[in-house]
Design a binder for this molecule. Structure first.
Ligand code: ADP
Ligand code: ZN
Ligand code: MG
Length: 275
């Protein structure tokens, strides 16, 4: 049967994916978000490649409610969109991850920061591209960050306070497809402790060792994604998972490693669609 490909911005990642399906001889029905009308008229299998985060979850649930398949699954997208829900899953699955606390207020934030000891990271549960991820070196920093956030109209009064992981100026993005880590890159930043490539970092290929593959695949399974982008930091205590992206960008991974990541994802989708 046909596979729906639901997108809005059509970044290079989406173009690579569309091409990969074409090369495998599979016809996609391209659904531009501007034209989407839910819940009727959609196909049985939907590849959700929407860049606008708020559109992802309702679209995924629609495919499943219609008895079809959403890739990734609606539940895994809910979990991966929320760093606290992801943390709960990683913790349950025994995947190493920085110690993290959820707080709603300043006093609670101060109390857990004392427990973790400074510096600490303060981040929203649902951000991306490193936005609003802050480093607090002192209680004064912590107060500044939280009071600033609370003064914002959009603030939800939900904060994660997390152990700061001393890392070697880089972190690792692992692309997991099914049960395999297919490719990984270092994201190297000299000017910012946030190593998102969206912040202008440099990327280099990573030779995936069994430990890295194991932790990345376990993280992906813990949130239930068919494929994902797992952010890993190298701490003094070994690899730790920061987050699992359920609509991952992979163009940098593909460019830097030469691995046909789009082809791997397309093959997995085709296999899954047969079930
Ligand atoms: P986002 O979804 O915005 O990418 P992340 O949790 O991945 O949020 O944080 C963005 C970046 O900030 C990470 O790639 C990492 O470089 C840095 N960072 C986040 N949390 C920590 C932490 N606990 N310790 C050290 N660096 C961190
Ligand atoms: Zn993210
Ligand atoms: Mg990240």
């Amino acid at each position: 049967g046909e596979i729906d490909f639901v997108y809005d911005v059509a970044r290079l990642d989406e173009k690579l994916l569309i091409n990969a399906f074409k090369n495998l001889g599979v016809s996609l029905r391209l659904i531009n978000a501007e034209e989407l009308i839910a819940p009727e008229g959609l196909g049985r299998v939907g590849v959700i490649r929407l860049a606008a985060r708020s559109r992802v979850i309702p679209t995924a649930f629609t495919y499943e409610a219609n008895g079809g398949i959403s890739i990734n699954t609606a539940q895994s997208l809910v979990l991966s969109h929320d760093k606290y829900l992801t943390y709960l899953r990683l913790r349950e699955a025994g995947v190493p991850t920085p110690r993290t606390y959820l707080v709603f207020g300043l006093e609670a934030a101060k109390s857990v920061a004392r427990r973790l000891s400074y510096p600490v990271i303060i981040k929203p549960t649902d951000g991306s591209w490193g936005r609003f991820v802050s480093l607090a070196k002192s209680v004064e920093d912590l107060e500044t960050v939280i009071l600033h956030r609370q003064a914002m109209e959009s603030d939800l009064h939900i904060y994660l306070v997390q152990e700061y992981v001393e890392k070697p100026g880089r972190d690792i993005r692992v692309t997991v497809v099914g049960e395999r880590a297919v490719a990984a890159i270092y994201r190297i930043v000299s000017t910012d402790w946030r190593t998102n490539t969206a912040r202008g970092g440099r990327a280099e290929p990573v030779k995936i060792d069994p430990e890295l593959e194991d932790i990345a695949v376990k993280a992906s399974k813990a949130v239930g994604t068919y494929y994902s982008g797992v952010d890993v930091v190298e701490s003094e205590r070994g690899y730790m998972v920061l987050e699992v992206n359920g609509v991952p960008e992979f163009k940098n991974v593909q460019r830097v490693t030469g691995v046909d990541v789009a082809g791997e994802i397309a093959r997995l989708v085709i296999e899954t669609a047969k079930k």
